[in-house]
Design a protein around this ligand. Sequence first.
Ligand code: ZN
Length: 285
Amino acid sequence: MRDFSNDHSALALNTASLGHNLDGHGAGWPPERVIDACAERGFGSIVFWRREIGARAVEIGERARAAGLAVAGLCRTPYVVGSEATDRQVVIDSAKAAIDMAASLGAAVLTIVVGGVHPGSKGTAESLDIVTDRLGEIVTYAAERGVKLALEPLNPVYAGNRSCLTTVRDALDICDAIGAPNLGIAVDVYHVWWDNDLDTQLKRAGAGRIFGYHLCDWLADTHDVLLDRGMMGDGVADLRAIRKSVEGAGYAGPCEVEIFSAQNWWKRDPGEVLDVMVERFRTLC
Ligand code: ZN
């Protein structure tokens, strides 16, 4: 395992951790200020959300790199399945627009949160087949633009309306079915911490298919499954064991802190939040 105690250049900020992707939350810092605050603290990279980027993808990407930060990723495609994704062509066209944004930004990876159970179906199997069909239509488009697509399984609590994809196993089944080198997975502690099959599945993934590793913690007494994520060390996820599995599979990329926390971290000064991230990353992750 890598030793971060004296080197946190692997640390990445997902800007959602500062509340910037939801109206009415966070300090409202523009991307430039977030970039500078991360660079000052020695973060190695940053991950943005589409709503922050708008029409300024090239400009913001260049600004980040000039400050010394890599743009590790962009969140995320619109849903590709579920009640908000009933028109196949609209889904494919909007996914391609997100790919174009990632390419302009110079983001290495575009994350895919697939969406919930498709209207008219029950369970997740049929919805996952729809995901496979639709992703098969966009992987080549992404590859031609140098963008990797990372399927992010979400915690099963979201299966109904946000992600019928809930395990690394199912994500790898989709990767296997499509067989494109630019299609892989993102592993987020919040979504996989409970899964005792994780180590086996990550070995199956191998280094070539793990495109991201996301950090936070699962609070034992979670009040809101969407907006009450914990800071690393405050919950019950075995962070060291998960990273051991991720790195044991060959992953050596950024460790991206992604914390949705409406009642705690989003209410604090962003500078304080970033300082705590660095300290926790170096000592606990
Ligand atoms: Zn994530």
